[in-house]
Design a protein around this ligand. Structure first.
Ligand code: NAD
Ligand code: DAU
Length: 359
């Protein structure tokens, strides 16, 4: 792995991965291709370690000419593909951008890689890798007694977001099966941590609580997610890139599965300690209309990556939540840049003003 193309590297996980890779690999050169949608920001790439080994390019993964030119110019041997539309609620209100970025974008990258590495034979095939970053949501939803999702659980995506990611997974798998393009896929559970866009539950709750706004809990708040601290995800991807087998899929998860309401209450209690005030933050909790088609429970069986690559999550939830809240408190300019975005304020109105109080 010498010249790595990271897509979506100005977003939450992608920017944490760029930082992580520059730290753990002292030789690697990174080209970071990101369209800078509402979710991507150069703020996320400030103060990179050894920034000379990182080149940022603003552009769309659907732009085949640009992707081909970058592969050739930088002699890319590894692609780590994060770029996507990533928010389930947005996919429900407006699915089309998800098909474009997640399906057409992934296809464009796969086809460009096949052309450059396999048709043009630009470098020995044993030296290249396409890693596709995906989600546990492709597996659908679990009832309380179901076993956790494994790599062989049949796909049953329930939201337009999940369906677009499932589609991109199938394309990535097919490029390995049909053309022997060296592909790995990872399906990961809910990430949280520094630089997560505050449309997602944890940073939204932290920011709303700090500004005395209601803390919206969908439905009864008993939905379950499997929470993973973002740098643990980055470490898992790096291990898959360096030690994972081409053609394989790896599930990644946090072994942390509290109900959403418990997460929100935990964040409130944490903020009561970090930012004491007379009225406890829990009083801001507000139950609101549920997400349509809301998946009830996710849980990941991570025994394959544990046994084959020796990975396991390092952070427990209380330490990870504390780190996340402290990071947000220590980075007011990052918060201010997002709160200034008109698009963000429009999104908050669109998603929350129409949700009636459900209890
Ligand atoms: P994010 O929304 O924070 O960032 C996505 C980034 O992709 C942004 O910087 C955006 O500008 C960029 N992007 C979007 N469309 C693009 C396009 N057409 N061309 C170039 N860049 C484009 O997302 P995230 O939470 O960091 O997720 C990254 C990846 O990880 C996604 O593929 C997502 O499906 C997957 N994933 C996320 C989670 C999670 O909990 N956040 C969990 C598992 C998997
Ligand atoms: O499971 C992995 C997925 O996790 C990723 O693939 C997605 O990119 C990522 O966005 C995330 O999807 P979720 O829908 O699980 O994340 P979100 O933070 O939007 O919601 C987490 C849970 O909290 C979910 O059950 C919905 C609920 N929720 C969310 C918001 C934004 C609320 O109760 N209130 C809210 O305001």
């Amino acid at each position: 792995m010498k010249n790595v193309l990271v897509t979506g590297g100005a977003g939450f996980i992608g920017s944490n991965f760029v930082r992580y890779l520059l730290e753990v690999d002292q030789q690697v050169q990174i080209v970071n291709l990101d369209a800078l949608t509402y979710a991507g920001s150069l703020e996320n790439l400030k103060d990179l370690p050894d920034a000379d080994r990182h080149t940022f390019v603003q552009g769309d993964i659907c732009d085949r000419d640009l992707v081909r030119a970058l592969l050739q110019k930088h002699q890319i041997d590894t692609i780590v593909h994060f770029a996507a539309e990533s928010h389930v609620d947005r996919s429900i209100l407006s699915p089309e951008p998800f098909i474009q970025a997640n399906v057409i974008g992934t296809f464009t990258l796969l086809e460009s890689a096949r052309q450059y590495w396999m048709v043009e034979k630009s470098m020995p095939i044993e030296q290249v890798r396409f890693h596709h970053v995906s989600t546990d949501e492709v597996y659908g939803t679990l009832s309380p007694e179901d076993p956790a999702f494994s790599e062989t659980t049949p796909y049953a995506p329930n939201s337009p977001y999940a369906a677009s990611k499932a589609s991109s997974d199938h394309l990535a798998r097919s490029y390995n099966h049909t053309y022997q393009l060296p592909v790995t896929i990872s399906n990961c559970s809910n990430n949280y941590g520094p630089r997560q866009f505050p449309e997602k539950l944890i940073p939204l709750i932290i920011l709303n609580a700090l500004t005395g706004k209601p803390l919206p809990v969908y439905g009864d708040g008993q939905q379950i997610r499997d929470w993973l601290y973002v740098t643990d995800h980055c470490e898992a991807i790096h291990l898959i890139l360096t030690q994972g087998k081409s053609g394989e899929t790896y599930n990644i998860g946090g072994n942390n599965q509290p109900a959403n309401l418990t997460i929100v209450e935990t964040v409130c209690d944490l903020l009561d300690e970090l930012q004491p005030q007379t009225d406890p933050h829990r009083n801001l909790i507000k139950f609101v209309t549920d997400r349509p088609g809301h998946d009830r429970r996710y849980a990941m069986n991570i025994s394959k990556i544990e046994n084959e690559l020796g990975w396991k999550p390092r952070h427990n939830l209380s330490d990870g939540l504390l780190d996340t809240a402290q990071w947000i408190l220590a980075n007011p300019s990052w918060v201010a840049a997002i709160q200034k975005q008109r698009e963000y304020q429009t999104w908050l109105t669109k998603n929350y003003e129409t949700r009636e109080k459900s209890s």
